[in-house]
Structure formats: C-alpha cells, structure tokens
Design a protein around this ligand. Structure first.
Ligand code: AVJ
Length: 328
C-alpha cells in the first residue's frame, strides 16, 4: 500500500460496535407487518454475496452499467472535464467493479486525481485498497468508512473539484420521497464545477426485473437470508434460517421491486442482545428491501425539483439502464 493511500473510519466507535442493527431489529420485528432495513445486508459475508449477485446471468444491472461505462467512459470523462485536479468520489463503492473502468482510463490518461471510495463496510474497503494497490500502484486513494453524507461532509474541507458517482441503482433502495430528499441534500453540497453521475435501473419488462431478484441459483435468496445469520451472530439470536424463505415481487405500477423473508411455520425467535422474543405466524413476512425502478422522465423531474440540471444521459443499447450526468 502506497503512502498516498489511507483508510479513514468515520463510523463512530459506538455505531460500529453495534451499527444500529439492534435498534432496527427491535423496531422492525416489533411491528406488523415486520420489516428490516436493507442497509444491514452488507456485513463481510453479505458484501461477498452481493459480488456474486453481480455476476449472475439474471442480474442484468451490473452488466449493463459495466457496458455503458466501458463503451462510453471517454465521453463521460470528457463531459466532466479532467484537466484540473479533482476527486473521484464513489458512494457505496463496494468492490468498485465498475468504477475501475473509469480508474483505468484516468490512469492511462495520466490524470491528476484522488480516488475516494465511500462505503459502510470497512472490511470491504480494506480489500478494495489491497486490490487497487496492485492494479494502480501510484493512484492516491482516500477510503472513507462512512454513511454517504458523513463521508460527503468530511470531504467539504477539501476544496478540490468533485465527480461524485452513485452507481448501481443504489438510489433505488430509497423510497421515492427519500430519493428526492437525497438528491436535494446532495445538491446543497455541490459546488458549481462539481458533477454527479447517477446510475439508474430503468422501468422495463416486469418479468425481467423480477427474475433479477429471484435468480435460479439461489444467490439472492442466500443474500437475503444472510441478514438472519447476521442477527444471530451480532445480536445473539436463534433464528432457524432454514425455516424462512426468500420471496420477491415486482409492482410495475409503482416500479417497486420488493423482497421479503417469509416464515415457513409458526415460530418464536429469541434475540439475546435485546432480551426479546419475536413470534411469527405461519407465512408471516419480513419486508427486507425495496429496489425502485424509474423512467427517465421521473429522473428528470426529481432532478429539476431540486435544481439539478441534466448534462448528459448515457444508456445501454436496450435502454434498460442509464447513467445520468447531473450538474448544480
Ligand atoms: C445494491 C441496492 C443496487 O437493489 O439491485 C441486489 C441490491 N438486492 N439483489 C439492488 C440487491 C438484491 C441492489 N443494490
């Protein structure tokens, strides 16, 4: 690891000890219908399973965004303008599988920039740093273990121009009101020269969408069920994970892909850390994730509402996925 590489942990001690999982379980399993937040999918095992999801034939999102970035990266970077030094900020970087396409191009062009991956999994960031030090030994990297806005706020002390990436349709995990709020908050942090590249899964054949979240190999099921394993480990719970199953449905009216864990029988689960027992009726559901799909018109409206202008739209040949370049 080069001296220009650092990992800054902004997850407060307290928060990283418990990560808010206990609170989420207490509130989410205490109500009807039950729910858990998808932000807790990404422990070390969950991050690994998500990397497997990205390779699944059904999970078209990654393949399409990869192809957009690969084929149009020169145009995207040209539209941003890379003459002045800048920071390439990657919100929810994960393994930066797609971002590496941009890194490769920028390094090849001998561009002066710093890569700033932001992720809530410190383990994932450590792996990424090792990988980057092998691939791009001279690339300066500042990795931030943080929530999106904590990371962005921390970066405000650097005056450098920024290209902020929010790829992979991560915005889809917010409900539409929160997505709008997210864009408006982000807009407030942008300087006139900054740009924001947003990856969005577009509305399309509902059956194609549903299958992306219910793959034949069962990796998405394992990813969803891993949340229960995590609760068992971190909160001393006794979920019998085999007694739950993954279920995924797509509502084409609202563009909502919903994922659930369904209790296959009546059962009680004790969560040691909370000293609480939660009862499940046969076939009772836990809602675990929303992945919203948007039309380009909706994206334009959301951008306009908070004073973001569309610089450019990059899509794949089938118009199933879009990378939208926004400016304040
Ligand atoms: C990482 C939030 C974009 O919603 O498509 C993949 C997560 N969940 N399969 C998505 C996910 C189930 C993914 N995001």
């Amino acid at each position: 690891i080069t001296s220009d590489t650092q990992l800054v942990n902004l997850l407060s001690e307290e928060v990283s000890a418990d990560s808010g999982l206990g609170q989420d379980v207490f509130q989410g399993l205490g109500k009807t219908p039950k729910k858990l937040s998808s932000r807790f999918f990404y422990d070390a095992k969950g991050s690994q399973l998500f990397q497997q999801i990205m390779k699944l034939p059904e999970y078209y999102l990654t393949k399409l965004e990869f192809s957009i970035l690969k084929e149009q990266r020169k145009e995207i970077l040209y539209a941003f303008g890379t003459q002045e030094p800048f920071q390439l900020v990657d919100l929810g970087a994960g393994d930066a599988y797609k971002t590496k396409l941009l890194l490769q191009e920028l390094v090849a062009q001998k561009t002066d920039f710093t890569f700033v991956p932001v992720d809530i999994s410190p383990e994932q960031l450590k792996e990424l740093l090792e990988d980057l030090s092998l691939r791009f030994p001279s690339l300066p990297v500042t990795a931030l273990a943080a929530e999106y806005f904590t990371g962005l706020q921390w970066l405000q002390k650097h005056s450098a121009r920024k290209l902020i990436l929010f790829l992979g349709s991560n915005l889809g995990n917010f409900n539409p009101d929160d997505a709008q709020e997210f864009l408006c908050q982000l807009r407030k942090l942008l300087q006139p020269q900054d740009r924001f590249l947003l990856g969005i899964d577009l509305r399309k054949d509902p059956e194609k969408i549903r299958q992306a979240y219910d793959d034949a190999a069962g990796v998405t099921a394992a990813f969803n069920l891993n949340l229960l394993h995590r609760i068992n480990k971190e909160l001393q719970a006794n979920f019998e994970v085999d007694q739950f199953q993954h279920f995924a449905e797509y509502d084409p009216v609202g563009g909502t892909m919903r994922s659930y864990l369904v209790s296959k029988q009546a059962q009680e689960v004790y969560v040691g850390a909370l000293d609480q027992t939660f009862s499940f009726e046969p076939w009772e559901t836990i809602h675990t994730e929303n992945s919203y799909k948007y039309s380009l018109r909706q994206i334009k409206e959301m951008a306009l509402t908070c004073g973001l202008a569309i610089d450019d739209i990059f899509t794949d040949h089938s118009h199933c996925f879009a990378n939208v370049l926004l400016r304040p």
